[in-house]
Design a protein around this ligand. Structure first.
Ligand code: SAH
Length: 370
């Protein structure tokens, strides 16, 4: 008997919806495909479940070591002092996950009571399940917290903003270079024979932010359109200090960095839309460029390991390990090493500070970046 052709895996509800969209309107840009996978009203990845933690799809720095959030709390305290201790401070977090970072930060800030009595916490979160976890994590927090669907909804006033692994979630456009014609074409997602696959847009892409000559045929360039609007929203606030932590690259680069992760493993981009986390590396040079154009000052990016060590990771680790049994101390040391070791998260992850109306670069940065 002839073998039947290999069956495609059953389509997820979102795959069916997207296939219909492609049938009606033609291929989607990769950007719109990512956006639907992450944020579709009914089936988007971030609408549905808690992706963070050992039982979820990926683990993040605040879930690895409490010291991460604590040092960020102390950093926020320093920046508030640099601002001249304004009243009515907004402590904002974009994409707060399980609320662990903010809970650890506020606990550490108990060393600076005037900060706590002058601040309110504002969490920008689109996922309902995660909002619920954040409410639980902050139930006994020493500061009032409120939730917002977007940064624009956070009331005006002096602000300090934290974003850990937030920018990597924002969808990217990808462009592919055709050397023979010296032109870029946008990468699209088509649906054929029951499966999604990459395609190229039939027309040439407009302005693509990749400069320079001698670009190789087939080179891929990524752009993240949401960055501009976000940093412009930052720039409407003063005094203002933002801390952006994410994995990514410091210099403009070529390459496809879009990845799908499910249950701590890489998954296919098209296998199960809406069921796995889709991210792409953060281009810190782009963030800085947009920030400067919006009128902000930038310091960094600095490798996360170096940033944590300069802010006192070892001292805090010493304090914590001195009062617990050996086994627990080992766990604490392993967690801290995972964050700081360049071979683990310490170099791939980077820290960038963006400020408005603050005279000196926030610690541990000694100068503004050029
Ligand atoms: N900062 C957390 C979680 C990182 S996961 C941590 O370090 O553990 C990304 C977070 O951003 C999740 O909370 C997700 O629901 C949220 N998120 C993703 N896209 C968002 C958007 N466009 N607006 C607001 N929150 C978003």
């Amino acid at each position: 008997m002839p073998a039947s052709p290999p069956a495609n895996p059953p389509l997820t509800p979102l795959a069916r919806k997207l296939a219909e969209r492609v049938a009606a309107f033609g291929p989607l840009s990769l950007h719109d495909y990512m956006e639907a996978c992450l944020y579709d009203e009914e089936h988007g990845y971030y609408r549905k479940k808690d992706p963070v933690g050992v039982d979820g799809d990926f683990i993040t720095a605040p879930e690895i070591s409490q010291i991460f959030g604590e040092l960020i709390g102390l950093w926020a305290g320093e920046v508030w002092l640099q601002m001249g201790q304004p009243a009515g401070l907004r402590l904002i977090e974009l994409g707060p996950g399980r609320g662990t970072l903010m809970a650890d930060a506020l606990r550490a800030l108990s060393v600076l009571p005037p900060f706590l009595s002058n601040a309110t916490v504002h969490l920008v979160e689109t996922s309902e399940p995660l909002q619920k976890m954040q409410r639980a994590a902050l139930a006994t927090a020493p500061v009032a917290a409120s939730w917002h669907a977007s940064l624009e909804d956070v009331p005006d006033g002096p602000a300090i903003l934290i974003a850990n692994e937030f920018f990597d979630c924002l969808p990217v456009r990808q462009y592919v270079f055709e050397a023979a014609h010296e032109r870029w074409r946008e990468r699209m997602v088509a649906f054929e024979d029951g499966a999604f696959r990459f395609a190229l847009n039939s027309t040439e892409a407009g302005a693509v932010g990749a400069g320079g000559s001698g670009i190789e045929d087939g080179a891929i360039f990524e752009e993240r359109p949401a960055v501009r609007g976000l940093v412009q929203a930052f720039a409407t606030r003063s005094p203002f200090g933002a801390l952006i932590i994410d994995y990514g690259y410091s210099r403009p680069s070529f390459g496809d960095t879009v990845q799908a992760v499910s249950r701590h493993r890489f998954a296919g981009l098209f296998g199960a839309p809406g069921e796995s986390d889709l991210t792409a590396h953060v281009d810190f040079s782009h963030l800085k460029r947009e920030a400067r154009e919006a009128g902000l000052s930038a310091a960094g990016p600095m490798p996360m390991g170096e940033w944590l060590l300069r802010l006192g990771l070892q001292a805090r680790l010493g304090q914590l390990t001195s009062r617990v049994p050996d086994e627990e101390a080992q766990d604490l040391r392993r967690g801290a090493a995972r964050l700081a070791d360049p071979a683990q998260m310490g170099a791939l992850f980077k820290v960038l500070a963006l400020t408005n109306g603050i005279a000196a670069p926030p610690p541990p940065f000694l100068e503004w970046s050029s």
